[in-house]
Design a protein around this ligand. Sequence first.
Ligand code: NAP
Length: 310
Amino acid sequence: MENFVPLGKTDIFVNPIGLGANGVGGHNIHPNLDEKEGKELVRVAIDNGINFIDTAYYYGLGRSEELIGEVMKEMGNRSDVIIATKIGPKIIDGQRIIDNSPTFLKEEVDKCLKRLQTDYIDLMYIHFPDEHTPKDEAIGALKELKDEGKIRAIGVSNFTYEELLEANKDGYVDVYQGHYNLIRREAETEFFPYTLKHSIAYIPYFPLASGLLTGKYAKDTEIPEARKKSPFFQKETYNAIVEKVDRLRKMAEAKEVEVANLVLAWYLTQEAITAIIPGAKRQDQVSNNLKTANVTLSEEEKRQIDQIFK
Ligand code: NAP
């Protein structure tokens, strides 16, 4: 526990290596998910010291939350786990509808508490911004829920920089979750300085670029069906990333660590990044990603990784 870190200005402490749980019941994101294996992933993560689990209503339209709720109930360890989840979007006639209205947010939090079989949520994000609701008004609704004790911390995800500023007008935002990884570095320009200045924890999603940054793909690898539509796996992008990862592989071999651990360790050297939430499909991926805790990067190694992907 001595390596646990606070989420921004809150008194919530997490292992900086968490678990992204869209592979747990996220049937609409990943085909052929086995729910039993999904629950096992969460169990193994918690048993091995991960206390920060990232889910969302959208992952299986509530199913991921339900499965995580079941695991916590079975393990009887609700208070040891920091659950982060996200509200919306709702799906109506196959369309994604985003609604940040205070009424919708409050109703969804109540439904989410039921799915997770709990009476509080540690970190509640708005998953996506809508077009209509003033952002500070939406956050005001979450602040009321925080005051009532239904949620402990307030997060936003996928907000533009301007939307984050509006959302945080009253200083209530605790965590920002955005798309950031070695090949997608835009957050460094505006988000990182802002979140650092305002003590907002930055949690990057897609830290492994959906597995591409683990070093398990080569130019001639047959791309799994499930990844074929991912922007990371389109031919030119894919080849360019694989070339860079090959250079990382040499560094990893010299250090006798896995490429994934090198990549994940690099994020944790960034002052703005509080914790990482790599996703997983198998238990060994969870335990492999946890080994990141044993990897220390020298200033020179940090610089080299930075340069490969700049
Ligand atoms: P990711 O972390 O970049 O990649 C995870 C995938 O990489 C796993 O599903 C697994 O897929 C593979 N993998 C993981 N560890 C591995 C290892 N050690 N060796 C080999 N392969 C490994 O992508 P992600 O899971 O989509 O994103 C992370 C989390 O961020 C999600 O779980 C979710 O909680 C969150 N997220 C949030 C948003 C948002 O809008 N806020 C968007 C996306 C994700 P395979 O086995 O299929 O290769």
